[in-house]
Ligand binder design. Sequence first.
Ligand code: KG4
Ligand code: ZN
Length: 337
Amino acid sequence: MRILGIESSCDETGIAIYDADKGLIAHQIHSQIELHATYGGVVPELASRDHIRKTIPLIRQVMAEAETSPEQLNGIAYTAGPGLMGALLVGASIGRSLAYAWNIPAVSIHHLEGHLLAPMLDDPKPEFPFIALLVSGGHTQLMEVQGVGDYQMLGCTLDDAAGEAFDKTAKLLKLGYPGGPKIAECAKQGNPDRYKFPRPMTNRPGLDFSFSGLKTFALNTLHKDGDDPQTKADIALAFESAVAETMVIKCRRAVEQTKLKRLVVAGGVSANLHLRQRLGEMGDKLGVEVFYPRQEFCTDNGAMIAYAGLLRLQAGEQDENAFYARPRWPLNELNKI
Ligand code: KG4
Ligand code: ZN
């Protein structure tokens, strides 16, 4: 079974072909970072228009690289949500139309399920059940995962998502967009002994997060101590450490609560090396195996959508002749397969 995956929920056009026997055979990502950089964040209308320009040429390119003709495809998976409505509509309408024209099934995929399964694009694949920490630009969720579609929420953010906190803090520090990689880069020059930021919501029980206070903490520190390069690096490091340690504390609690010994970390922020190192240390101490997607598949991509589509099509799921775009779509509304 060979599946074409299309991702267009935000500011990346991602196209991939995944084969049940051969694995991932081709993939391309077109990032819109430059397009949005001047505005300091994603401009939805510009994002939609760029997806319109890029999706079909990228599909052509990936099919050529995979030496795959439409007759060799067994289905098309596209991201149906959550995300920006206009951006989603591009991938959904193109994906559904091509499937109709080529007389193959289409399946609409939940973007976060794609992220969650992305570590399975490489070996060794994490086996179910596991704890999942999903940390992206729009979401921060801790879940107990028993199987595909079987997601039990353990905790989530009460305000900013982890990636959003990185992006907003980077903006305060005038580091540019997207903030995650910029903060990580700047933090390398930081002095770990200068500031200690709070670890929000760790002094009470529970698995929820709150990151908006850290941003304010960064702003106040900046106002107090000035914005010379060293102070900015020290703030970036203090912020990154606070986010990472907060996540470690919550993951440790999730391990104690669920007794599960596998942890999957996915979504854009899972690319963060400081976070990976801290979670790795926690894993070693507790005997917990920690899985991540490969770096390029932490952020949005088509490969994770093709893979999730394969699992759902293999399980007999497919859409009727309609296309779906759901900017808001709770993960617990998915079918278990
Ligand atoms: O998963 P993703 O590509 O998009 C959403 O589904 O939201 O995540 C994007 C987010 C952005 O907020 C970006 O700043 C963050 O992931 N990010 C990082 C790193 N790389 C990307 N955050 C921290 N460290 C990184 N290395
Ligand atoms: Zn994403």
